[in-house]
Design a protein around this ligand. Structure first.
Ligand SMILES: NC(=O)c1ccc[n+]([C@@H]2O[C@H](COP(=O)([O-])OP(=O)(O)OC[C@H]3O[C@@H](n4cnc5c(N)ncnc54)[C@H](O)[C@@H]3O)[C@@H](O)[C@H]2O)c1
Length: 294
């Protein structure tokens, strides 16, 4: 990695869930673009691997700390560690996450529901609370980016507790953006679709083939770096007038909608037809066969 010269030269970021997937990619990208990063995660082993990977390339600009985002003392400690290690704080990326409770609603255990919310929703609240305190005390503004999910918007992209907690993250992002705007602290969310990380494949690689080009219009699988680049944009001065937004990063999955045309087989493209329907106006429809279609 080159010496700091990029977008974030001289800036300090705190990234949670930094030892894997999207958090790891975000940490490496922020380092590459000149930031110093206090990376925290529950997984100490994966954190040590991240430190090894960055050592020598980001000379002295990465510090790793074990922290549980569901615990207020751990999050407050991580914020304090960032300012102690690097002298200031500019960016907070609240990324740590788990799939959490799954199964029928009628069978879900309250403790599993609460665990899911404690990591996904409370974790974002605590990162924002303690991050914003430090940014306000320091003066000069800053940026917070919360990693939500397209699961925030509908059923079918994650279990119930996960989806509800991610919806809470999107809504909280808006409240926090409004409240922190007078301090020039921007708060945004990214909503990834399906991204190839260990999150999807505990123990075995997930076959994303049936998804690609169908449920997800884009033909390639989403990668952690695809999300990291959007996080970096939202954290950067380039996004200086963007706050309270939830940016979807999903290869068109949300845009594809419910796919009724496919399911009901009413998409005329599949029948080799092209033309215009004038509805019930009484004017004639025009239907032509596409060139080369029987
Ligand atoms: N991978 C996807 O398809 C996808 C899609 C939408 C949203 N997301 C979200 O992106 C974020 C990152 O997920 P990922 O895909 O990179 O997963 P990942 O499993 O690769 O990484 C998540 C990291 O968070 C850490 N973590 C979990 N609980 C923690 C806690 N309580 N305190 C501190 N660290 C904790 C894990 O140890 C892990 O290193 C999550 O919030 C996830 O919900 C992922």
């Amino acid at each position: 990695m080159p010496e700091p010269a990029g977008t974030f030269a001289g800036q300090v970021a705190l990234v949670t869930g930094a030892a894997s997937g999207i958090g790891r990619a975000t940490t490496l990208l922020l380092l590459e673009r000149g930031a110093s990063v206090l990376a925290c995660d529950l997984n100490a082993g994966a954190g040590a691997t991240l430190e090894e990977e960055a050592s020598g390339r980001a000379a002295g600009r990465l510090a790793f700390r074990v922290a549980d985002v569901a615990l207020e003392a751990d999050v407050a400690g991580a914020v304090a560690a960032a300012t102690a290690a690097f002298g200031r704080l500019d960016l907070v990326v609240n990324n740590a996450g788990v799939p959490g409770a799954f199964g029928p609603i009628t069978e879900l255990a309250v403790e599993d529901w609460d665990y899911t919310f404690s990591v996904l929703a409370r974790g974002v609240f605590l990162g924002t609370k303690h991050g914003a305190r430090a940014l306000i005390d320091q003066g000069g503004g800053g940026a917070i980016v919360n990693v939500a999910s397209i699961a925030a918007f509908s059923a079918g992209a994650g279990p119930q507790a996960y989806s509800a907690a991610k919806a809470a993250v999107v809504n909280f992002t808006r409240s926090a953006a409004v409240e922190l705007a007078p301090h020039r602290i921007r708060v945004n969310a990214v909503c990834p679709g399906v991204i190839r990380t260990p999150f999807l494949e505990p123990g075995r690689p997930q076959d994303l083939g049936p998804l690609l080009g169908r449920v997800q219009p884009w033909p390639e699988a989403g990668q952690p770096a695809d999300v990291a680049r959007v996080v970096a944009f939202l954290a950067s001065a380039e996004a200086g007038f963007v706050t309270g937004e939830a940016v979807v990063v999903d290869g068109g999955l949300e845009a594809a909608g419910p796919g009724l045309d496919r399911v009901l087989k009413v998409d005329p493209r599949h029948a080799g037809l092209v033309g215009v329907s004038r509805g019930s106006t009484g004017a004639p429809h025009e239907v032509r066969r596409r060139p080369g279609q029987a």
